[in-house]
Design a protein around this ligand. Sequence first.
Ligand code: PAF
Length: 287
Amino acid sequence: LSVPATLISLDEVKEFKKALRTEQSTIAFVPTLGALHHGHLALVRRAKQLADRVVVSIFVNPTQFGPNEDFAKYPRTVREDIDLLATLNVDAVFLPNTATIYPAGFETYITNRKMSTVLCGASRSGHFDGVLTVVMKLINIIGPDIAVFGKKDYQQLKLIEQMFRDFNHGVRIEPVDTVREPDGLALSSRNRFLSDTDRELAVRLNIGLRAASAAYQRGEKKIDVLIEEFRKVANVSGIALEYAEIRRQSDLESFEGVVDQPPVLLIAAKIGQTRLIDNLELDKTIG
Ligand code: PAF
């Protein structure tokens, strides 16, 4: 078990990178908000397969939380997080202060003008500006060859890919499949807020996604019918569905009535006080 180097200041990051340059190693980077679970660990494992050195950041980024969102109560478990990362032999953990990322006088944000306006972007105004801005900053600070992101936040992943393409940035973005509980619930740092009853309801989101995917794989291509397969399972009392939409995997554009390109079903719902998101690429089967 080797304890990761803890990098807090930009100077510490600089020193760490200088040491890596002399050994000419490649870096894979996993940005996180902390409160790490097995989903994050899957990202770290993938990072380790892809590069010589792995850096993880833990930063609860204030600019991606709206005024009525859960920034204050977002779980902060840095000690436990570092212990977990040590078991995976991560090389360094970047733990910036807010003032390091957003110093006095900071005034430039990144906005995606199209894909960020749909799905989660429709209800979480400014959220993706905060995500894209911090991801660009973190990647510029760490300077990795590869950055690893989960498909659980599918829209986030697509926006990040789009941003680096749009900006001719050379970093490679590596997507990793969602890790699920044995009953199918997607792992999320917010699952800890679900009561027992909420937890029982939450599994319906995944059962609904799988029902839609089964219908798609039986040959159903009509959007309405596929969405209805999901809603039959998930649209029950106690689950407040925010959206359930089928869009193109490539760019999250919607379809006209029927699916004619690889589709993904994306959903968001509030159960109790907890907002959950999930998605499934309908052409793929999941365990
Ligand atoms: O997915 C997350 O955990 C966050 O949105 C990210 C990418 C670390 C940016 O703060």
